[in-house]
Structure formats: structure tokens, C-alpha cells
Design a protein around this ligand. Sequence first.
Ligand code: 2AL
Length: 243
Amino acid sequence: MKIRVINPNTTAAMTDTIAQAARRVAGPGTQIVATQPAGGPVSIESHFDEAVAAVGVAEEVMAGERDGTDAYVIACFGDPGLLSARELTRAPVIGIAEAAFHLAAMISTRFSVVTTLGRTGIIAEHLLAQYGFAHQCRRVRAAEIPVLDLEHDPQAALRRIIQESQRAKEEDGIGAIVLGCGGMADLTDTIAKAVGLPVVEGVTAAVKLAESLVHLGLQTSKHGDLDFPRPKAFAGQFRHFSA
Ligand code: 2AL
């Protein structure tokens, strides 16, 4: 089975981190194809970044359709372009935030999210409400590190994430931590050991859920709103999306 893991930002080093985490958990029959859009923001830390990145995600799904892809993972914690990606394929498409929330809710009654910057917390809160997990999540916390610090200053970033996770354990009355960034995919075990709580990370969670859906023969429903978009003309820089 071929799973295309899309890093929605354009930082190749982060795509590598995500690819390694995905390959570590993938089953023996699974090929991980890790990609990133040709254009777009180097990191996703705002609603604007997300809006631009969502177009890149759609283009990566279109490329995956020409490449015989069995499932897709959107490896950014805002799940940018998740529903539009689902319209473009029959293959399952899984966002790392939704994957992490589902698994965290299966191993705890309450969890907290530890993400990068405080200003992106609202994105996770919107997703928790949209997906129906608002009640299980006690708090969305921020380590206050820019996303690219995970690549440029990983030791300092790790210290801040562990600090915030420890605070979550002491103050939030939770059973598990959810890591709120694709770039944290390699930190799960270290944080779990340091904090003494189960730590759920979305890239690995999404790969295992994608494998499960493919094994079960479950595909994205084309009955209703997730059907392929109605063919139409697109103008200007989006001409290539025209039917
Ligand atoms: C993210 C993420 O996962 N990748 C990225 O560029 N921005 N979201 C986040 N909350 O840090």
C-alpha cells in the first residue's frame, strides 16, 4: 500500500522528520511517499498560512492520484484543506489533528494539546469543536516556539515542550498529551518518558489509521458533499484546475 504523507509547509527538513516518523510505524507492506507543495509558506502559523497551504495540499493530492496512492495524510496540525482534499480522491485522507484527537480519546477521558505558538491555539480549538472533541480536551497549551525552531533549535524547543507538558500534567487533570505540530513527530518517546504520560502524536497516529482504513476497504464516500467537485473553469493562476 502506498501512503502519501503531505507536509503542507515547504520546509524540506520538516518533511524529512515527518517521513522518518511515518516510516518508523508503517507496516512492512506500506510504502511512505513523503512530499511537500512546490510553493507556499515555510511554516504554517496563521489562518492566512493555512489558506495558502490548502491549495498546495490539493495539488499534492492531484499528484498522488496520478501515482496510484492508496491513502493520504495531511501532516500539519491545522489539517489544512482536509475536506477539499477528500473531494479530490476516493482514497482515505486523514488529518494529523483529527487522528491524534481520536486516539487520545481512546486512551484517556481528558487530554491537553501542547502546540507551538499561542496564536495557533485557536486553530486547534476550532478543530476540536468541529470534530466533536471539545469536551475531552481540557486545554490547548502553547510552548511559544515558532514552528521552524523545531528544526533550527531542537534542544531548546524540546525543553519548552516538556515544560509545558509537565504543567499540563500538574494543572489540567488529564490522562494524555497530544502534540500539536507535525514537526514534533520525532519527539513523542522523549516527551512521554520525561513527563510520565501517554503522548499521542498525529503523524504516527494518522499513518496507522490510514493503514486500517485501506485494509478494511473503506474509502472516502462519494455520496453527497465529498463527491468530486463539479467541473468548471478556473481563471488566472488557477487555470490548471479547469475541467
Ligand atoms: C503547524 C504544523 O503542524 N506544521 C506547521 O508548519 N505548522 N501547526 C502548528 N500548530 O504548529
